[in-house]
Structures are given as structure tokens and as C-alpha cells.
Design a protein around this ligand. Structure first.
Ligand SMILES: O=C(O)c1cc(=O)[nH]c(=O)n1[C@@H]1O[C@H](COP(=O)(O)O)[C@@H](O)[C@H]1O
Length: 273
């Protein structure tokens, strides 16, 4: 999905919600464990219940890789089931020397090679340009670069200053030379509040993937007030608060209600665009 199509979906659905499929087999409703593939069955019902309210799905690969070959099978089946009108994110936080990053890019972008072809992959930029550029060689695919993260540990390095910029600012500026607003997004945590103003000074037009609302307590209103641009420019993720809204047989309906509540909040902001 390219930028124009993504903006079209946001306007059509009046939503910029990304549902996170961080599916932990220990947390899904027990009655599903009788299924041949409980994780995929859970994801399938969550997708069916939330697709009218979401414009994107983010699959955190750690929850699938941790289960070995069975987890990887659930990952591929879930990717295959994702609605074609939704933006898909492999949240793998990859990044290594060039030839290895090429393999990571193939793993998530090249369907002939891996059986999957996500729209995007999250990337950790610590190793610099040659670790990120391999992801940008695929037409209409995106690298979503970690910039200012939602976790407590973001304060350990990301705010460190050098040459007048904090590290996250240098990441925004430097990586801007590696691609464009058509194939690079940045991860900025919803818990970062007014830091969005600084972010937008560096990257006024790029899309931002914003995790941290819901379970991590980030404010959707603050994210929109300080981070939204004239084309929205945001994909706001919520995982646990939506997919684990209920642990009972009504889990899918509860997820739908959670997703709809977020979408209704978002609609107020999209209408202003
Ligand atoms: O790259 C990410 O997606 C990410 C970056 C970040 O700074 N913070 C963050 O929470 N995430 C991811 O976003 C999701 C947040 O999940 P919830 O807190 O359950 O909504 C998880 O999959 C995290 O790995």
C-alpha cells in the first residue's frame, strides 16, 4: 500500500487505528486451545471483528517467533488473512549489516521467498544507513524506523545530545537522507506528549507509527494535538487494550467495541483535516 492509498483509507474509514496482534497463547480464551491453530483462530476472529474500524494491523513477530515453527506458521496464516485494504506492519525491529538486512527484508517483503509480503517492517537504526537501506529497495514497501520510543528506557540514549541535537532528532534528520515520506515512517511513542512538536519540526510530512495508547497509558488527544499534520500523518497502535478486552467467549465482540471506541475518538480529528 502506498502513501496515497493509505491516506485514502484513513479518510474513508475516518480512522487511523492500527490494531496490534501481539497474540500470546497463554492469554487467549481457553476454549480456543482446542483449535488446530489457536493463535490463528484468535487472530482471525479479532480481524473479522475490528476490520471496519482499523486501517492497519501490526503483527509483533516476537509473539510468533517465541513459539518456533508453529508460531511462524500462525504468523504466515495471519498475514495471509489480513484485509487487503489495510496497511500491514511486521513489527520485527530488525537491522544488521547490509547483506543480513537484505535477508530480513526478504523474510517480510518477498512472498516467493518467505510466503509473506508485508507493507512494512519496523527497523532499529542503531547500525546506521547500510542496515536500513536494504528495506528501501523494495517498491511500495516501507521501513518504519524507531525514533523516540514509548518505553522508560527511551531516556537512556534517545535524549542524549550531540552537535546540538538529541539522538532521536539526529535519527530523524539522518534517515531522511536514506528515503522519503513515501517509504519511511518513524516510531514515536504515544507517551512522548509535547516531544511530538520537536519531531514535527524535523519530519513535518512523514507518517508516524504511534504505539503506547491503551495499555501503556498514552493520550490519543495529545498525540493528535501535537503530532497530526494536514494528511493525518499518524497510525496509532493499540494491542493489548483491544485484543484482550475480554478473556471470555465474547472476546471478539469486546475487541470490536474497543476498536470502535478508539475510532470514534479519531473521527473527531479526521473530520478536521
Ligand atoms: O515498534 C513498536 O511497535 C513499538 C515501539 C515502542 O516504542 N513501543 C511499543 O510499545 N512498540 C510496540 O507496540 C505494541 C504496544 O502494545 P500495547 O502496549 O499492548 O498496545 C507492542 O507490540 C510493542 O512492541
Amino acid at each position: 500500500m502506498n502513501r496515497k492509498e493509505l491516506i485514502g483509507q484513513i479518510r474513508e474509514k475516518k480512522s487511523f487505528l492500527c490494531v496490534g496482534l501481539d497474540t500470546d497463547i497463554q492469554k487467549i480464551p481457553a476454549f480456543l486451545l482446542n483449535e488446530e491453530d489457536p493463535v490463528f483462530e484468535f487472530n482471525k476472529q479479532i480481524i473479522d471483528a475490528t476490520r471496519e474500524f482499523a486501517v492497519a494491523y501490526k503483527i509483533n513477530t516476537a509473539f510468533y517467533e517465541s513459539r518456533g515453527i508453529e508460531g511462524w506458521k500462525s504468523l504466515i496464516k495471519t498475514w495471509e488473512y489480513l484485509p487487503k485494504d489495510c496497511f500491514s506492519i511486521a513489527d520485527a525491529k530488525r537491522g544488521d549489516i547490509g547483506n543480513t538486512s537484505e535477508m530480513y527484508a526478504k523474510a517480510f517483503f518477498n512472498i516467493e521467498s518467505s510466503g509473506m509480503s508485508f507493507d512494512s517492517v519496523t527497523v532499529a537504526p542503531y547500525m546506521g544507513a547500510d542496515s536500513v537501506k536494504p528495506f528501501l529497495k523494495f517498491p511500495e514497501k516501507w521501513a518504519i524506523i524507531l525514533a523516540l520510543t514509548s518505553n522508560e528506557g527511551s531516556k537512556d540514549f534517545q535524549y542524549l545530545s550531540s552537535d546540538g541535537n538529541m539522538l532521536f532528532e539526529s535519527v530523524l534528520q539522518k534517515s531522511g537522507e536514506w528515503g522519503s515520506k513515501e517509504n519511511i515512517m518513524f516510531v514515536v511513542g504515544a507517551t512522548r506528549g509535547e516531544d511530538f512538536l520537536t519531531i514535527r519540526k524535523h519530519v513535518p510530512d512523514h507518517f508516524l507509527l504511534v504505539p503506547g495508547v491503551g495499555a501503556q497509558g498514552g493520550s490519543l488527544d495529545e498525540v493528535c494535538r501535537y503530532g497530526m499534520n494536514k494528511e493525518c500523518g499518524l497510525l496509532v497502535n493499540s494491542s493489548r487494550a483491544i485484543i484482550y478486552a475480554s478473556s471470555g467467549t465474547d472476546f471478539a465482540e469486546a475487541a470490536a467495541a474497543g476498536a470502535q471506541a478508539v475510532q470514534q475518538e479519531m473521527e473527531k480529528w479526521v473530520r478536521e483535516l
